[in-house]
Structure formats: C-alpha cells, structure tokens
Design a protein around this ligand. Structure first.
Ligand SMILES: [Cu+2]
Length: 90
C-alpha cells in the first residue's frame, strides 16, 4: 500500500523480478446500475472475494470502482460485477 505513495519506489519495483508479486497497478472500471450505498457495499464485497484485488474503492457518484490489481483478468472482475446484478463497463 505504501508503495503507491512514492512514485519512485513503485517504478523501481518493476525492475526487480523477485518483488514481482508485490507489483500492482491501479485499475478503474465503470459500473452501471449502482444507486445507493447498499449497491456500493455489494460491489465491494464481490470484488474483495477475488484474490489479487485490493484497495477496492467504489465511487457511487462517478459510477466506478478503483482497485489495485495484481494479475487478475479484467473479464473475471466484470463477471463478478455482472453476477450480482450490475453492468460493468469495458
Ligand atoms: Cu443500492
């Protein structure tokens, strides 16, 4: 988590294969259909179950979720959102 507070540190990790599993990138995904904090909670819960995702933050106003992704296929994330009744963006 601290890694993302220091740009220099994040960059240097990329050049060290041994630290690869600590390497993460922040992703954003649009989500249609969220209307209240319960929707937000449902999306957060669904994504927290996926190993490799962390720092999950849903923005209701923007209709999107931001997360740190350590190697999870985008399609898998979209499927988890569809499964609970929301419409993920591309
Ligand atoms: Cu709701």
């Amino acid at each position: 988590m601290d890694v993302f507070k220091k740009d220099g540190a994040k960059l240097s990790l990329k050049f060290h294969p041994a630290t690869r599993d600590k390497e993460q990138s922040m992703d954003t995904l649009k989500i249609k259909g969220m209307s209240c904090k319960h929707c937000v909670g449902a999306v957060e819960k669904a994504l927290e179950k996926i190993p490799g995702l962390s720092q999950i933050a849903v923005n209701l106003e923007a209709g999107e979720v931001t997360f740190a992704n350590n190697g999870v296929e985008r399609q898998q994330i979209r499927a988890a959102i569809s499964k609970i009744g929301f419409e993920p963006g591309a």
